[in-house]
Design a binder for this molecule. Sequence first.
Ligand code: ADP
Length: 402
Amino acid sequence: MIKSKQNNILVFNCGSSSIKFMVINPDSEKYLIKGIAENLNAENPMISIELSHKSLYKDFILAQNDYKFAIEFIVNTLKAQHNLLNSLSGIGHRVVHGGEKFTKSALIDNQVEQAISECIPLAPLHNPANLIGIKIAKKVFPNIPHIAAFDTSFHQTMDETAYLYPVPFEWYTKHQVRRYGFHGTSHRYISLKAAEFFNKPIDKLALISAHLGNGCSACAILNGKSVDTTMGLTPLEGLMMGTRSGDVDPSLPIYMNQKTNMGFEECINNLNKKSGLLGVSQLSMDMRTLESQAEKGHKQAMLAIDLYCYKLAKHISSLLVPLGKLDGLIFTGGIGENSVLIRQKTTNLLKAIGLKLDQNKNANLKRGNVGNISIPGSPKILVIPTNEELMIAKDTINIINN
Ligand code: ADP
C-alpha cells in the first residue's frame, strides 16, 4: 500500500486529441504509472496504461471521447491502484507556449491561466488543449497545486540578435513576431544531465543539445542558459523533422500558389504534415522504417536520411556562433538516443568543428544509458535519454516547496 503524500507528481501532457500522463517521484526519479488516452474528440477513443512496466489497459475503448471522461478514467485508475491518488503532492502540466511572459515554470492561478490563454494566437493548436486539460484537472483535483511548465520558457534567455527576425520591427513590437524556440524542458534536462556527466558546474559548460524525435530541434546552451535554438515563432522552423520541413525559403507558399493554386493554409499544412522524412522518402516519417528500407536499397529513404543529417549538421555548426567553443554535443529523443546511423552520418559531417566519433562506442552503447561516444581529443559526443516528465515533476515539487 502506498502511503499518502509521498511527493509523487502527476504530469499531464494534453494535446489536441490525446492526453499523456505519468505519476513520477521526483526524488527517486522513478515512474509509478503512465499512460496515454488517444483519439479524443474523435472516433474510437482509447486508453493504454502501464503500471510499473506492466500493462493495465492496452487500447481499451473509452465509453466517451471527451477530455473530462478521459481524465476521470485516469483518476479512477489512480484510486484503484494502491490509492496512488492520495500519494500526489502536485500536478505538473506541459504547456507549449508561454510567449515572453514566462521565463520558468509557474504555479497556476487565474492570472497564469489568463496569460496562457493570451498566448493562444501563437500556438492555436496546442495552448487551447493545454488549457482544457488544466481547467478539468483543477476541477477534479481542487486541493492540489497545479504547475505549468512551458516549452518556450528555457529559451527566454536568448539575446535579441538570436530571437529577432530581420523583418519590420513593429511586427515584433505590435504582433510578438520573434523566435521563441520549443522543446525547452528537454534541452534544460539534457544540459543538467550533461553537467552531471562532466562533473562540472553547469555554468562552466558550452553545449549543443540535439533533440531528435518526431519533432526535432537543437539548442546552444552556454553556462546553463539557452543562447540560441533552431525552432522559431512556431515549431516549423529549423531542422528537418518527421513530417515538418524545417527551414525553407519564405517565398515558397506564394510560388506554390502561383504554380498549383495551392492556398497558403494548405501549403503550410503540407510543410507541417507532409514534408520532412515523410515528404522526401515518400514512404514513412519513422526513422526505423527508413533505416531498414535504406539498407535494402530504397533510394528515397536513403535520400531522406542524407538530407536529414546534412541539415542537422549545418544547424549544429551554426549554433557554435553564440557558444564560441564546444564542450559537448548531445544526442537525445527517439532518433538521437537510438540511431547509430544518424549519429554517425551527422558527426561525420562535423569534422571541421573537431568532432570525432568512436565507431565502436557508438555502435555498442546500451539503450537507455548515458554515454560518451567520442574519441579523446574531440569535444564530447554524448547520448543522454531525455525525460521531460521528470523535469516537469522536479519543477512542480520545487515550486510547491518554495
Ligand atoms: P516524439 O517526438 O513523438 O516523442 P520520439 O522521441 O519517440 O518521438 O521519437 C520518434 C522517432 O524515433 C521515430 O522517428 C522513430 O523511428 C525513432 N526511433 C526510435 N527508435 C529508433 C531506433 N532504434 N533507431 C532509429 N530510430 C528510432
